[in-house]
Design a protein around this ligand. Structure first.
Ligand SMILES: [Fe+2]
Length: 360
Protein backbone atom coordinates (compact mmCIF):
# COMPACT_ATOMS: atom_id res chain seq x y z
CA UNK A 1 0.00 0.00 0.00
CA UNK A 2 1.20 3.44 -0.89
CA UNK A 3 0.33 6.88 0.44
CA UNK A 4 -0.52 8.95 -2.61
CA UNK A 5 -1.63 12.49 -3.30
CA UNK A 6 -5.15 12.69 -4.67
CA UNK A 7 -3.66 14.56 -7.66
CA UNK A 8 -1.57 11.50 -8.56
CA UNK A 9 -4.44 9.01 -8.14
CA UNK A 10 -5.84 7.63 -11.41
CA UNK A 11 -9.20 5.94 -12.06
CA UNK A 12 -8.81 2.18 -11.69
CA UNK A 13 -6.51 2.41 -8.65
CA UNK A 14 -7.76 0.46 -5.65
CA UNK A 15 -8.14 1.88 -2.12
CA UNK A 16 -6.10 0.02 0.47
CA UNK A 17 -7.60 1.84 3.47
CA UNK A 18 -11.25 2.77 3.93
CA UNK A 19 -12.42 6.39 3.89
CA UNK A 20 -14.86 7.47 6.60
CA UNK A 21 -17.55 10.15 6.61
CA UNK A 22 -17.80 12.63 9.47
CA UNK A 23 -20.32 10.56 11.42
CA UNK A 24 -17.93 7.63 11.59
CA UNK A 25 -19.71 5.65 8.89
CA UNK A 26 -17.58 4.15 6.19
CA UNK A 27 -17.92 6.06 2.95
CA UNK A 28 -15.57 4.05 0.75
CA UNK A 29 -14.42 0.57 1.73
CA UNK A 30 -10.96 -0.89 1.39
CA UNK A 31 -10.77 -2.61 -2.01
CA UNK A 32 -13.00 -0.12 -3.84
CA UNK A 33 -11.81 0.68 -7.34
CA UNK A 34 -11.61 4.45 -7.66
CA UNK A 35 -13.56 6.14 -10.45
CA UNK A 36 -13.13 9.74 -11.59
CA UNK A 37 -16.33 10.55 -9.69
CA UNK A 38 -14.89 9.17 -6.44
CA UNK A 39 -11.59 10.99 -6.98
CA UNK A 40 -13.41 14.30 -7.58
CA UNK A 41 -15.58 13.74 -4.50
CA UNK A 42 -12.57 12.92 -2.30
CA UNK A 43 -10.92 16.16 -3.43
CA UNK A 44 -14.14 18.11 -2.69
CA UNK A 45 -14.25 16.59 0.79
CA UNK A 46 -10.69 17.77 1.35
CA UNK A 47 -9.18 14.28 1.46
CA UNK A 48 -5.96 15.14 -0.31
CA UNK A 49 -4.06 11.88 0.33
CA UNK A 50 -5.25 8.28 0.16
CA UNK A 51 -3.74 4.84 0.58
CA UNK A 52 -3.87 2.79 -2.64
CA UNK A 53 -2.46 -0.55 -3.74
CA UNK A 54 0.42 -0.30 -6.18
CA UNK A 55 2.92 -2.66 -7.68
CA UNK A 56 5.95 -1.18 -5.92
CA UNK A 57 4.42 -1.87 -2.51
CA UNK A 58 2.69 -5.19 -3.16
CA UNK A 59 2.31 -7.27 -0.03
CA UNK A 60 2.73 -4.30 2.30
CA UNK A 61 0.08 -4.01 5.00
CA UNK A 62 -0.42 -1.40 7.67
CA UNK A 63 -2.55 -1.57 10.75
CA UNK A 64 -3.88 1.33 12.75
CA UNK A 65 -3.20 1.25 16.52
CA UNK A 66 -6.94 0.81 17.10
CA UNK A 67 -9.41 -1.04 14.89
CA UNK A 68 -11.51 0.82 12.33
CA UNK A 69 -14.59 -0.30 14.24
CA UNK A 70 -13.46 1.29 17.52
CA UNK A 71 -12.34 4.45 15.77
CA UNK A 72 -15.64 4.86 13.92
CA UNK A 73 -17.62 4.17 17.10
CA UNK A 74 -15.70 6.96 18.88
CA UNK A 75 -16.25 9.26 15.90
CA UNK A 76 -19.98 8.61 15.96
CA UNK A 77 -20.21 9.58 19.63
CA UNK A 78 -18.14 12.76 19.13
CA UNK A 79 -20.39 13.64 16.19
CA UNK A 80 -23.47 13.18 18.40
CA UNK A 81 -22.02 15.14 21.33
CA UNK A 82 -20.93 18.06 19.21
CA UNK A 83 -24.30 18.14 17.43
CA UNK A 84 -26.10 18.23 20.82
CA UNK A 85 -23.73 20.95 22.03
CA UNK A 86 -24.38 23.11 18.97
CA UNK A 87 -28.14 22.73 19.48
CA UNK A 88 -27.75 23.54 23.17
CA UNK A 89 -29.35 20.22 24.13
CA UNK A 90 -26.32 18.36 25.43
CA UNK A 91 -27.48 18.57 29.06
CA UNK A 92 -30.79 16.88 28.37
CA UNK A 93 -28.99 13.85 26.97
CA UNK A 94 -25.80 14.02 29.00
CA UNK A 95 -26.12 10.77 30.93
CA UNK A 96 -26.50 8.64 27.81
CA UNK A 97 -23.84 10.57 25.91
CA UNK A 98 -21.21 10.46 28.64
CA UNK A 99 -21.69 6.78 29.26
CA UNK A 100 -21.33 6.13 25.51
CA UNK A 101 -18.19 8.30 25.47
CA UNK A 102 -16.80 6.45 28.46
CA UNK A 103 -17.46 3.09 26.74
CA UNK A 104 -15.78 4.28 23.54
CA UNK A 105 -12.72 5.45 25.51
CA UNK A 106 -12.69 2.12 27.41
CA UNK A 107 -12.60 0.25 24.07
CA UNK A 108 -9.65 2.37 22.91
CA UNK A 109 -7.77 1.70 26.18
CA UNK A 110 -8.42 -2.06 25.90
CA UNK A 111 -7.16 -2.22 22.33
CA UNK A 112 -4.04 -0.20 23.07
CA UNK A 113 -3.34 -2.29 26.18
CA UNK A 114 -3.53 -5.50 24.15
CA UNK A 115 -0.43 -4.49 22.19
CA UNK A 116 3.13 -5.00 23.34
CA UNK A 117 4.22 -1.66 22.00
CA UNK A 118 2.07 0.96 20.27
CA UNK A 119 3.66 2.79 17.38
CA UNK A 120 1.56 4.87 15.02
CA UNK A 121 2.84 4.02 11.55
CA UNK A 122 -0.01 5.39 9.49
CA UNK A 123 -1.13 8.85 8.36
CA UNK A 124 -4.61 9.66 9.58
CA UNK A 125 -6.53 11.12 6.67
CA UNK A 126 -9.28 13.59 7.42
CA UNK A 127 -11.87 15.47 5.42
CA UNK A 128 -12.12 19.25 5.93
CA UNK A 129 -15.70 19.01 7.21
CA UNK A 130 -15.00 16.09 9.49
CA UNK A 131 -11.84 17.65 10.87
CA UNK A 132 -13.08 18.41 14.40
CA UNK A 133 -14.60 14.94 14.84
CA UNK A 134 -11.65 12.95 13.54
CA UNK A 135 -9.20 15.26 15.27
CA UNK A 136 -10.95 14.73 18.62
CA UNK A 137 -10.79 10.95 18.27
CA UNK A 138 -7.19 11.04 17.14
CA UNK A 139 -6.16 13.27 20.05
CA UNK A 140 -7.92 10.84 22.38
CA UNK A 141 -5.98 7.85 20.97
CA UNK A 142 -2.62 9.66 20.90
CA UNK A 143 -3.16 11.05 24.41
CA UNK A 144 -4.03 7.65 25.88
CA UNK A 145 -0.88 6.18 24.31
CA UNK A 146 1.14 8.93 25.97
CA UNK A 147 -0.66 8.41 29.29
CA UNK A 148 0.13 4.70 29.15
CA UNK A 149 3.79 5.56 28.62
CA UNK A 150 3.57 7.75 31.73
CA UNK A 151 2.18 4.72 33.63
CA UNK A 152 -1.31 6.14 34.24
CA UNK A 153 -3.83 3.77 35.79
CA UNK A 154 -7.14 3.00 34.06
CA UNK A 155 -9.12 5.71 35.87
CA UNK A 156 -6.64 8.39 34.87
CA UNK A 157 -6.52 7.08 31.31
CA UNK A 158 -10.29 7.14 31.06
CA UNK A 159 -10.53 10.72 32.37
CA UNK A 160 -7.75 11.79 30.04
CA UNK A 161 -9.45 10.10 27.07
CA UNK A 162 -12.88 11.60 27.78
CA UNK A 163 -11.39 15.08 28.17
CA UNK A 164 -9.53 14.73 24.87
CA UNK A 165 -12.62 13.44 23.09
CA UNK A 166 -14.40 16.64 24.14
CA UNK A 167 -11.53 19.12 24.18
CA UNK A 168 -12.85 21.16 21.24
CA UNK A 169 -16.55 21.02 22.15
CA UNK A 170 -16.44 24.83 22.51
CA UNK A 171 -15.78 25.09 18.76
CA UNK A 172 -19.45 24.38 18.24
CA UNK A 173 -20.03 27.96 19.44
CA UNK A 174 -17.67 29.35 16.77
CA UNK A 175 -19.25 29.98 13.32
CA UNK A 176 -18.20 27.33 10.79
CA UNK A 177 -17.12 29.86 8.17
CA UNK A 178 -14.55 31.20 10.66
CA UNK A 179 -13.25 27.70 11.51
CA UNK A 180 -12.94 26.78 7.81
CA UNK A 181 -11.69 30.14 6.57
CA UNK A 182 -8.92 29.75 4.00
CA UNK A 183 -7.25 33.15 4.58
CA UNK A 184 -5.94 34.66 7.79
CA UNK A 185 -8.44 35.60 10.48
CA UNK A 186 -9.18 39.23 11.32
CA UNK A 187 -8.77 40.23 15.00
CA UNK A 188 -12.49 39.76 15.75
CA UNK A 189 -12.55 36.30 14.16
CA UNK A 190 -9.37 35.36 16.02
CA UNK A 191 -10.96 36.38 19.32
CA UNK A 192 -13.99 34.22 18.50
CA UNK A 193 -11.76 31.18 17.92
CA UNK A 194 -9.83 31.92 21.11
CA UNK A 195 -13.05 31.78 23.09
CA UNK A 196 -13.58 28.05 22.41
CA UNK A 197 -11.61 26.71 25.42
CA UNK A 198 -13.64 28.73 27.94
CA UNK A 199 -16.93 28.12 26.10
CA UNK A 200 -16.30 24.36 26.15
CA UNK A 201 -15.20 24.38 29.77
CA UNK A 202 -18.33 26.30 30.79
CA UNK A 203 -20.54 23.85 28.94
CA UNK A 204 -18.94 20.82 30.59
CA UNK A 205 -18.78 22.45 34.03
CA UNK A 206 -22.54 22.32 34.30
CA UNK A 207 -22.34 18.54 34.48
CA UNK A 208 -21.13 16.52 37.44
CA UNK A 209 -20.74 13.37 35.32
CA UNK A 210 -17.57 14.64 33.76
CA UNK A 211 -14.55 14.87 36.04
CA UNK A 212 -12.76 18.13 36.81
CA UNK A 213 -9.53 16.67 35.40
CA UNK A 214 -11.25 15.95 32.07
CA UNK A 215 -12.81 19.41 31.92
CA UNK A 216 -9.51 21.16 32.45
CA UNK A 217 -8.21 19.80 29.12
CA UNK A 218 -10.94 21.80 27.44
CA UNK A 219 -9.88 24.98 29.23
CA UNK A 220 -6.09 24.65 29.03
CA UNK A 221 -5.18 22.80 25.82
CA UNK A 222 -4.11 26.05 24.13
CA UNK A 223 -2.02 27.22 27.06
CA UNK A 224 1.74 27.00 26.48
CA UNK A 225 4.45 26.29 29.07
CA UNK A 226 6.20 29.63 28.38
CA UNK A 227 3.01 31.64 28.91
CA UNK A 228 2.45 32.34 25.21
CA UNK A 229 -0.87 30.46 24.98
CA UNK A 230 -4.49 31.38 25.60
CA UNK A 231 -6.99 32.02 27.15
CA UNK A 232 -5.08 32.90 30.34
CA UNK A 233 -1.39 32.88 29.35
CA UNK A 234 -0.61 30.36 32.11
CA UNK A 235 2.91 28.98 32.57
CA UNK A 236 3.98 25.35 33.04
CA UNK A 237 3.38 25.10 36.81
CA UNK A 238 -0.22 26.27 36.44
CA UNK A 239 -1.08 24.02 33.48
CA UNK A 240 -2.42 20.60 34.45
CA UNK A 241 -0.51 17.58 33.12
CA UNK A 242 -3.59 16.34 31.20
CA UNK A 243 -3.73 19.69 29.39
CA UNK A 244 0.01 19.59 28.67
CA UNK A 245 -0.59 16.22 26.99
CA UNK A 246 -3.59 17.76 25.22
CA UNK A 247 -1.44 20.59 23.85
CA UNK A 248 1.12 18.18 22.36
CA UNK A 249 -1.35 15.79 20.71
CA UNK A 250 -3.58 18.65 19.53
CA UNK A 251 -0.69 20.40 17.77
CA UNK A 252 0.75 17.18 16.34
CA UNK A 253 -2.56 16.03 14.90
CA UNK A 254 -3.33 19.48 13.48
CA UNK A 255 0.10 19.68 11.81
CA UNK A 256 -0.26 16.25 10.19
CA UNK A 257 -3.70 17.09 8.74
CA UNK A 258 -4.46 18.77 5.45
CA UNK A 259 -6.13 22.07 6.29
CA UNK A 260 -7.91 24.45 3.98
CA UNK A 261 -5.05 26.94 4.38
CA UNK A 262 -2.06 24.55 4.06
CA UNK A 263 -1.19 20.93 3.19
CA UNK A 264 -0.34 18.41 5.92
CA UNK A 265 3.17 18.11 7.32
CA UNK A 266 4.63 14.62 7.25
CA UNK A 267 5.11 13.03 10.72
CA UNK A 268 8.91 13.57 10.61
CA UNK A 269 8.39 17.32 10.04
CA UNK A 270 5.70 17.59 12.72
CA UNK A 271 7.96 15.74 15.18
CA UNK A 272 10.73 18.23 14.45
CA UNK A 273 8.38 21.16 15.14
CA UNK A 274 7.34 19.64 18.47
CA UNK A 275 10.98 18.99 19.43
CA UNK A 276 11.84 22.61 18.64
CA UNK A 277 8.97 23.73 20.89
CA UNK A 278 9.89 21.35 23.75
CA UNK A 279 10.99 23.30 26.84
CA UNK A 280 9.34 26.46 25.54
CA UNK A 281 5.76 25.88 24.43
CA UNK A 282 5.55 22.19 25.30
CA UNK A 283 6.49 19.99 28.25
CA UNK A 284 9.70 18.27 27.06
CA UNK A 285 9.03 15.00 28.90
CA UNK A 286 5.61 14.71 27.33
CA UNK A 287 6.98 15.52 23.87
CA UNK A 288 9.59 12.77 24.16
CA UNK A 289 7.14 10.21 25.54
CA UNK A 290 4.63 11.04 22.81
CA UNK A 291 7.16 10.93 19.97
CA UNK A 292 8.43 7.53 21.13
CA UNK A 293 5.10 6.19 19.79
CA UNK A 294 5.16 7.95 16.42
CA UNK A 295 6.97 6.51 13.42
CA UNK A 296 8.45 9.59 11.73
CA UNK A 297 8.31 7.80 8.37
CA UNK A 298 4.95 6.01 8.15
CA UNK A 299 4.39 2.84 6.13
CA UNK A 300 3.59 3.67 2.50
CA UNK A 301 5.49 6.99 2.61
CA UNK A 302 8.05 7.75 -0.08
CA UNK A 303 11.49 8.80 1.18
CA UNK A 304 14.79 9.91 -0.33
CA UNK A 305 17.82 8.04 1.02
CA UNK A 306 21.30 9.44 1.63
CA UNK A 307 22.37 7.29 -1.35
CA UNK A 308 20.18 9.49 -3.57
CA UNK A 309 17.70 6.72 -4.23
CA UNK A 310 13.96 6.92 -3.63
CA UNK A 311 12.33 4.24 -1.55
CA UNK A 312 9.03 3.45 0.07
CA UNK A 313 8.64 2.52 3.74
CA UNK A 314 7.35 -1.04 3.99
CA UNK A 315 7.81 -1.91 7.68
CA UNK A 316 8.56 -0.23 11.01
CA UNK A 317 11.13 -1.46 13.54
CA UNK A 318 9.25 -0.88 16.79
CA UNK A 319 12.53 -0.73 18.74
CA UNK A 320 14.10 1.75 16.34
CA UNK A 321 11.20 3.71 14.89
CA UNK A 322 13.29 6.25 12.98
CA UNK A 323 15.02 3.47 10.97
CA UNK A 324 12.34 1.54 9.10
CA UNK A 325 12.59 -1.14 6.42
CA UNK A 326 12.42 0.47 2.96
CA UNK A 327 11.96 -0.89 -0.55
CA UNK A 328 13.97 0.78 -3.30
CA UNK A 329 11.79 2.29 -6.00
CA UNK A 330 12.52 1.73 -9.64
CA UNK A 331 11.81 5.14 -11.09
CA UNK A 332 15.31 6.56 -10.65
CA UNK A 333 17.84 5.89 -13.38
CA UNK A 334 20.43 4.69 -10.86
CA UNK A 335 17.95 2.52 -9.05
CA UNK A 336 16.71 0.88 -12.22
CA UNK A 337 20.29 -0.01 -13.04
CA UNK A 338 21.04 -1.25 -9.55
CA UNK A 339 18.75 -2.62 -6.87
CA UNK A 340 15.12 -1.62 -7.57
CA UNK A 341 12.74 -3.69 -5.47
CA UNK A 342 15.41 -4.56 -2.89
CA UNK A 343 14.43 -4.16 0.75
CA UNK A 344 16.87 -2.53 3.15
CA UNK A 345 16.45 -2.65 6.91
CA UNK A 346 17.87 0.72 7.95
CA UNK A 347 18.25 -0.45 11.56
CA UNK A 348 20.90 -2.86 10.27
CA UNK A 349 22.39 -0.54 7.65
CA UNK A 350 23.32 2.46 9.72
CA UNK A 351 25.51 3.83 6.93
CA UNK A 352 22.32 4.69 5.02
CA UNK A 353 20.06 7.45 6.29
CA UNK A 354 16.73 8.89 5.28
CA UNK A 355 17.48 12.35 3.89
CA UNK A 356 13.84 13.45 3.83
CA UNK A 357 10.30 12.26 3.44
CA UNK A 358 8.63 13.28 0.20
CA UNK A 359 5.11 14.67 0.35
CA UNK A 360 3.06 12.21 -1.67
FE1 LIG B 1 -8.76 23.70 20.51
Amino acid sequence: MRLMSIDAVMPGMVLSRPVYGIDGRRWLAQGVELTQHYIDRLRELGILMVYVWDEATSGVEVRDVVSDETRSRAMAIVCKMLAEASRGTIHARRMALYSEASDAVGAIIDELRSKMRTVVSIMNLKSFDGYTYEHSVNCCILGIMTGMGLKYNDIKLRNLGIGLLMHDIGKMMVPRDILNKAGSLDPWEFRRVQMHPEAGFKLLSEDDEISATSRVICLQHHERCDGSGYPRGLTIDSIQEFARIGAVVDVYDALTSDRIYRPAYMPSQAAEILRRGAGREFDPEIVEEFLSHIAPYPIGATVRLSTGQSAVVVDINTDDIARPVVRILGQDEEARAANAGEEIDLSKHREINIAFCLRP
